[in-house]
Design a binder for this molecule. Structure first.
Ligand code: CP3
Length: 354
């Protein structure tokens, strides 16, 4: 494998010195980019992109051609696992993801099998190998998965949900059934992420997008404990280097100490937590990733730069910060504004790393 030319992202996750703060954006390959929309039209639809390693590679690299980003993220989706389990994922324009066969009953859950990534999701493994090869050491490649709880919400609800009524009904009425589902998912996520790491992913992120919808105790029992199980099962070193794990619980700012206890290398923060306060709480133990409000990208470039400056100042001097948005970039953002954001992180962060 070729030598990594820019390892700021990996160094920051290990809290080793860097020249400037590394930056990438959740959903950096996406609909705000006209070149992404063109590729998607060529592929037919979103799943056509995900399912074709050459196309997935093409769109993964698009934001890196435009911006001086410090990491690439595999182009795929968290819902590939439930799709591989036979739930029948499809996307209806404007409505987000849906499943033809949601899991609702005990027998639905008992029928689910732990996935074999090489057999069930070869297109993801192949995409990772191809992207890694095409990156040729430019920046590290991030692999990812959804958290078991977040995947379970989509599988039970059959799509996106406002209140997670069915998933929470199962959690409260038949917790043992929910645990069975979460176990099957956690075991699947372990083999899935390890397959990505073996294919060349140099860091992995677990997206716990809906962990913040749980009560304090339910979060620990139904989301955090399964992320712990995953961390305990992951390959943590490869090619002579640590493979950092980032946990991102959206709405999880009150659980940072618990999240740091898992042994994760980095914690993703949404924009509702002050990053300086978060650092004071856990910054000796983990790196922090975030946490600019993604909707500030609708404001003027000048206002965006001021916000970058404010967040850098709040984190303060020293390594351990991976700049990112607090959630994914949205389709209506002007690509020029995204560029202003990314360039400002490098332009303004030097003095914090002397
Ligand atoms: O970050 C990246 O650039 C990598 C690609 C990536 C996608 N989805 C591509 C995508 C990643 C990391 C994800 C993760 C994902 N998918 C999450 C967790 C992160 C988060 O945003 O909270 C979730 C909850 C999903 C499920 C999902 N996939 C939803 C809810 C949607 C619809 C969203 C929307 O904006 O319409 C998707 C589709 C999806 N996944 C798109 C992309 C670029 C848009 C599809 C399109 O092109 O129409």
């Amino acid at each position: 494998m070729s030598e990594l030319k820019n390892d700021r992202f990996l160094r920051a996750l290990s809290r080793q010195p860097v020249d400037v703060t590394p930056v990438w954006m959740m959903r950096q390959a996406g609909r705000y980019l006209p070149e992404y929309r063109a590729s998607r039209a060529k592929a037919g639809d979103f799943m056509g992109l995900c399912g074709n390693p050459e196309m997935a590679c093409e769109v993964t690299l698009q934001p890196l051609e435009r911006y001086p980003l410090d990491a690439a993220i595999l182009f795929s989706d968290i819902l590939t696992i439930p799709d591989a389990m036979g739930l029948g994922l499809y996307f209806e324009t404007g409505e987000g993801p849906k499943f033809r066969k949601p899991v609702r009953t005990e027998s639905d859950i008992q029928a689910l099998q732990v996935i074999d990534p090489h057999k069930d999701l070869p297109y993801v493994v192949d995409a990772v190998s191809l992207i890694r090869r095409e990156l040729n050491g430019r920046v590290p490649l991030i692999g990812f998965s959804g958290s078991p709880w977040t995947l379970a919400t989509y599988m039970i609800e059959g799509g996106s949900s406002r209140d997670f009524r069915r998933a929470k009904q199962m959690l409260y009425n038949t917790p043992e059934l929910m645990h069975q589902l979460l176990n099957t998912l956690a075991e699947s996520v372990i083999v899935y992420l390890n397959a990505q790491i073996e294919a060349g992913a140099q860091a992995v992120q677990i997206f716990d997008t809906w962990g913040g919808a749980l009560s304090h105790s339910a979060y620990q029992e139904f989301s955090l404990s399964y992320m712990q199980k995953i961390i305990d099962g992951l390959i943590r070193e490869r090619e002579g280097r640590k493979v950092p794990v980032i946990l991102f619980t959206k709405g999880g700012g009150q659980w940072l100490e618990l999240l740091a206890d898992t042994g994760a290398d980095g914690l993703g923060l949404d924009w509702t937590t002050d990053i300086g306060q978060a650092r004071a709480r856990v910054g000796e133990r983990v790196a922090l990733q975030g946490n600019m409000d993604p909707t500030i990208l609708y404001a003027s470039p000048q206002r965006i730069r001021e916000e970058v400056s404010r967040i850098l100042q709040s984190f303060g001097a020293g390594s351990g910060h991976v700049f990112n948005l607090g959630h994914g970039i949205t389709p209506e953002v002007d690509p020029e504004h995204a560029g202003a954001f990314i360039r400002a992180v490098h332009e303004y962060s030097g003095p914090y790393h002397t």
